[in-house]
Design a protein around this ligand. Structure first.
Ligand SMILES: [Zn+2]
Length: 246
């Protein structure tokens, strides 16, 4: 399959729902944490990104996250994020389901967005439930190792799903509904290894829809999908050139 074939499939099979993983953000300079050379190969996630670790020593978890949140904040949406937003505006993408927490889809202009692993948009106080926007958290991090709740002084937790933590039920239910309703599920930049998101293509196929995959490297669905072994930006830009007149 090439980009023109993918464009044809998107036009023909509507609605099209997009599922994105870390690979869509690597071109923005955000490393894939789960890759062989990624952060979780060096740091044990049980120690830095799990709920028990946060409960035991939230300041240690924040010292680990502080430079990473700064990196996510400085990153800019890339050609892939922008192309998906353009396709949504043109009525050719119904929704984007993402595993990424980096807000780059939203900043690129995607409106119908489901973040199944949460995001860095907000942080919540685990003691009293108060919610804090990212700007406030970043401001506090300039002066302290960990952001604290203005009401009760507990260390707040970013609203990202930690390892071993349950996914947000509402988001995951919406993701499954979208996958079942999709005539085409377009997977971009995900090796489809992390469950339950990895189960979404199965939902689409079982409901009679098709699956297309743009990913560098193999996925468990390659033999049942239109597959493009390529990075996302170039391919999706070419798709936009095919489908959306300038
Ligand atoms: Zn509080």
């Amino acid at each position: 399959m090439n980009a023109a074939d993918l464009a044809h499939a998107i036009r023909k099979h509507q609605p099209c729902v997009v599922l994105t993983g870390a690979g869509v953000s690597t071109e923005s300079g955000i490393p894939d944490f789960r890759s062989a050379s990624g952060i979780w190969a060096e740091f044990d996630p049980a120690e830095y990104a799990s709920l028990p670790a946060f409960r035991a020593d939230p300041e240690k978890v924040w010292r680990f996250y502080k430079p990473r949140i700064a990196m996510l904040t400085e990153a800019e949406p890339n050609a892939a994020h922008l192309a998906l937003a353009t396709l949504e505006r043109a009525g050719l993408v119904h929704a984007v389901v993402t595993q990424n927490i980096d807000l780059l889809h939203e900043r690129a202009g995607t409106r119908n967005l489901v973040e199944v692993h949460g995001s860095i948009r907000t942080a919540t106080c685990p003691a009293c439930g108060a919610s804090y926007p990212r700007d406030e958290v970043l401001l506090q991090l300039e002066a302290a190792d960990a952001p604290r709740c203005a009401r009760c002084a507990a260390v707040v937790k970013p609203d990202v799903v930690f390892f071993g933590e349950l996914l947000q039920v509402e988001a995951i239910e919406r993701a499954f509904e979208l996958a079942r309703a999709a005539a085409l599920l377009l997977v971009v930049g995900s090796a489809l290894e992390v469950y339950p998101v990895a189960a979404l293509p199965e939902e689409t196929l079982a409901a009679g829809g098709r699956v297309a995959i743009v990913n560098k490297g193999a996925t468990p669905y390659d033999d049942r999908a239109l597959k493009l072994d390529a990075s996302a930006g170039e391919v999706l830009e070419a798709v936009v050139r095919e489908l959306v007149p300038p």
